[in-house]
Design a protein around this ligand. Sequence first.
Ligand code: NAP
Length: 285
Amino acid sequence: MSDQYAVIGNPVEHSLSPAIHAEFGRATGEDIAYGRILAPLDGFRTAALRFRDEGGRGLNITLPFKPEAWRLADSHSAGALVAGAVNALKFEGGRIAGHNTDGIGLARDLKDNLGCTVRGGRVLLMGAGGASYGVMEPLLRELPQSVVVANRTVEKAKALIGHFAKLASDLRVGRFTWLPYDRLTNDSFDIVINATSASLKDGMPPLPREVFAPGALAYDMVYGRDTPFMTFAAGCGARAADGLGMLVEQAAESFFIWRGVRPATGPVIRLLRQKGKRIKAKGGP
Ligand code: NAP
């Protein structure tokens, strides 16, 4: 029987992860089967352990279960530790290893697929939830000139900055701070990342037009169609991208953790775009 993997979440029915991993398996010759598990909101632990006990080898975790996945893991990779978040579990023997592949996914999509140089750039990161925690370390390691965080709930932006302040200082990132949305009018940025879930409800953060520097990249982690943020950014002259590439790149990193084989991502991104799997805006695995 094929080795079993799955994405677990609630909701999970629209996840593209099964299609992505099926392509990875086919392209690499790895004998895997990848499904989806809809867990009750109060039933993540039971569903994850049942899957493991029935022979499952690994899980991707999507909303709202990433904090519970962190607690289920016996050990955490360096990336998961610094992020404080887990989006991939590997079952090995009796142990459960927690990983975070979101940040690597974003960094690879920006650099390899979009040809975007983070080094020396000014970055605005909107949102202070699990995704922002996941991407911050790999983002800082690209050595941007500055990173500013804006979030609806200002206390959470402050906490995110506090969590990574030492790393930013060690890496000599010149400016690492938070600002409320209404105080962004005096700044402009080369990369504006929407790590909020506002696009899932056809909304967007209250962003002034001035934030986009000439030639800026506007990146929405949500994928599936042009979001209000992408449309707004394009109207301000920015280049807009959705999070499909990040999704495929984080999946490739999960595949590598599980199988020790790194699948090519470009063909899968192109295939998914061609297939027009644009049913509705989505985010996460
Ligand atoms: P989360 O922990 O629930 O955090 C959501 C964030 O969005 C919070 O900072 C929240 O602000 C903010 N927010 C929600 N609605 C808003 C609105 N109307 N205006 C302004 N801010 C709003 O979610 P997450 O795990 O960080 O995920 C964020 C998004 O990234 C989701 O859409 C997720 O699906 C997507 N994602 C995509 C990928 C990928 O591979 N492409 C990977 C991971 C995540 P408050 O703190 O004020 O509530």
